[in-house]
Write a protein of this length. Structure first.
Length: 294
């Protein structure tokens, strides 16, 4: 039987199973981010201490933009907007506006075969650089060996707004050097100064990418909607419900940890238009990301 425990001091939800083969922890004050995860007795996500969430954005939902906006400046419908540059070292706006927001619990159900959480954040203020209101709802469904994360955004403004969406989970490997990624791509993002995209380049078709000792902060346009992460201890399948997908891969300064980030856009999408979408008033957009142990 699945169980849900609320930790008042950290405003976090701990999810467990009576057979002790499953564990998950979600921090409501940190954008309802899933920062710890064990599936089928295998640890998949861990606390990244001594790295801190303010630097890692561990499992953050990236909205209304994934990755960076150069100098925090963009133009939409002939109007220029300026976001706060929270990435001060590069003078860029980074990873959206909801990663540090507090989500409310709308619904929770612990069942025999799964556990469901519905969480929501309502933005009713006109943020600097993004003067639009919206609701963002997360639906997590866990089984002993799967995770489903459904993200729905509703535009509650009177005008349309631009957006991309992403998810920033980090995964543990017992030996990252001997781990690899399987995905299909013939296009890679070209990054210029301050990690700002300058375009896409055509590359040889990737099927398997060996991580080895590479220091990564790379992005590919996917030909499909699946990515496999193969480690010596476990294999994980990541799937997206979206047709057009991008994969950002990042190795932080912590051994045997890698960020495998599904996104609908890229660095500086608000300016280069790559993957950029527009949401009309009263319209909604939904994407589902799934993790399966295989």
């Amino acid at each position: 039987m699945f169980q849900i425990h609320y930790q008042k001091e950290s405003n976090a939800l701990e999810l467990k199973h009576s057979n002790q083969s499953f564990y998950a922890k979600i921090y409501l004050d940190q954008g309802a981010s899933l920062q710890e995860l064990t599936l089928n007795n295998t640890t998949v996500m861990v606390d990244l201490n001594p790295l801190v969430y303010a630097d890692t954005y561990a499992s953050a939902i990236l909205f209304p933009f994934a990755n960076r906006v150069k100098d925090g400046v963009y133009v939409f419908n002939k109007t220029q907007y300026t976001l706060d540059t929270n990435n001060t070292a590069e003078n860029n706006a980074l990873h959206g506006l909801v990663y540090n927001k507090t989500f409310e619990i709308i619904e929770h159900k612990a069942r025999t075969d799964n556990v469901l959480l519905r969480l929501e954040y309502k933005e009713n203020e006109l943020s600097k650089g993004f003067p639009f209101t919206y609701n963002i709802r997360l639906e997590y469904v866990f089984t002993l060996d799967t995770v489903s994360l459904k993200v729905t955004v509703l535009n509650t403004s009177t005008g349309a707004f631009p957006f991309t969406l992403g998810w920033h989970p980090y995964f543990l490997s017992d030996n990252l050097h001997h781990s690899n990624l399987e995905f299909s791509s013939t296009k890679k993002l070209v990054l210029g100064e301050r990690n700002i995209a300058t375009g896409m380049e055509t590359i040889g078709d990737i099927k398997k990418f060996n991580i080895e000792d590479k220091k990564l902060d790379d992005c590919w346009e996917l030909k499909g909607n699946t990515v496999r992460f193969n480690t010596p201890k476990y294999r994980l399948l990541m799937q997206s419900s979206e047709d057009q997908n991008y994969l950002q891969v990042y190795t932080p300064p912590k051994d045997n940890i890698i960020a495998i980030e599904p996104t609908t856009g890229v660095s500086d999408s608000f300016n280069n238009q790559i993957g950029l979408k527009t949401l009309q008033p009263n319209a909604s957009y939904t994407i589902v990301w799934r993790l399966n142990m295989i």
